[in-house]
Design a protein around this ligand. Structure first.
Ligand SMILES: Cc1cc2nc3c(=O)[nH]c(=O)nc-3n(C[C@H](O)[C@H](O)[C@H](O)COP(=O)(O)O)c2cc1C
Length: 299
């Protein structure tokens, strides 16, 4: 169980009960018009200190620290309502998957800031069991790409065997047959380009990769990791960087534990996203079109 050390200054507390009302663990009680900690701080969410109008609550823990960035001017002032609400939407519209990068590498300071921005995301029961591993050299990205290419070469060899696909299908496992029909040809093409022309259809020439995973024990590991991922995609866009999620790498990491080992990512960690990123070699001129959506209004 995670916990924060909570100190309430009875001189400052005016008994407004904000902490009593918002604590998800119901750890505060109003006694003699002053908030008193009577329960356990099981969420370590820090909402009490963040919301107290009197600044009467102080929280601390050796494991927690405020978000601090080095390459971006961060502000401790909260702007829940941005001065220009459309700015966030404009950023979201501008973010597109980047499949063309320059050779320029991204500094470790910027990559570290992206991770610090990622972890401002919500997490189930505030468990924050997400993990971040980073490759910041193009040569290392290529070495990892060769591992992934090897995985798909083996998979394509298996998928080519019609009899094997049929037997598996007969046994209620149609996945290999599905893969064959959906991906075999395009993967073969990508493999030819990788091995014969050094062309990178996998990571699109990106100089850096961020792997976002979760340690065992998180209540919602996939959701947590993907929310952190989206933060990185948007923050990178705001810094002028291009990003692309690489599902093919996630799939290979999940199916072949040996590949994860080559990255020194401990086996119990499960990877939920791989983000390729770098300086984009092209600028999108127009926002994306999306499939029309129909909302199910529930009365
Ligand atoms: C889970 C997931 C996996 C993806 N995997 C890949 C991938 O392996 N390679 C790739 O080029 N793009 C990949 N993408 C990017 C999608 O193709 C892209 O988001 C989609 O076409 C919409 O385009 P946009 O991101 O430019 O708006 C992936 C996206 C998601 C959400």
């Amino acid at each position: 169980m995670q916990t924060l050390i909570i100190e309430i200054d009875p001189e400052l507390c005016n008994g407004c009960q904000v902490c009593v009302k918002i604590c998800p663990a119901r750890a505060f009680t109003l006694i003699d018009k002053t908030a008193v900690l009577t329960g356990e701080c099981t969420f370590a969410c820090d909402h009490c200190a963040a919301a107290c109008p009197q600044a009467a609550i102080k929280t601390s823990s050796p494991d927690f620290a405020p978000c601090h960035l080095t390459t971006v001017t961060d502000s401790t002032e909260l702007t829940a309502t941005p001065t220009k609400p459309g700015e966030l939407v404009a950023l979201m519209l501008a973010r597109r998957s980047c499949r063309l990068y320059t050779n320029r590498e991204i500094s470790r300071d910027i990559l570290t800031d992206l991770v610090n921005i990622a972890i401002t995301a919500p997490s189930g029961t505030n468990s924050q069991q997400w993990t971040f591993s980073i490759i910041d050299k193009r040569s290392r990205v290529t070495a990892f790409g060769t591992e992934i290419a090897g995985y798909y070469r083996r998979l394509n060899r298996l998928a080519k065997k019609r009899w094997l696909r049929q037997i598996l299908k007969f046994c209620g496992k149609p996945e290999l047959d599905h893969y064959y029909h959906e991906y075999y040809d395009s993967i073969n093409e990508g493999l030819d380009l990788w091995y014969e022309k050094n062309e990178d259809r996998l990571f699109h020439g990106a100089p850096a990769l961020i792997f976002i995973g979760a340690r065992p024990g998180a209540s919602c590991p996939g959701e947590d990791a993907l929310l952190a991922t989206q933060n990185i995609l948007l923050a990178a866009e705001s810094m002028g960087l291009g990003t692309c999620l690489i599902g093919f790498a996630v799939e290979a990491l999940r199916r072949d534990a040996k590949i994860q080992k080559t990255l020194n990512i401990p086996a119990p960690e499960k990877i939920y996203s791989v983000i390729a990123l770098g300086h984009p070699a092209l600028t999108f001129q127009r926002p994306a079109q999306r499939r029309k959506i129909s909302i199910n209004w529930i009365d």
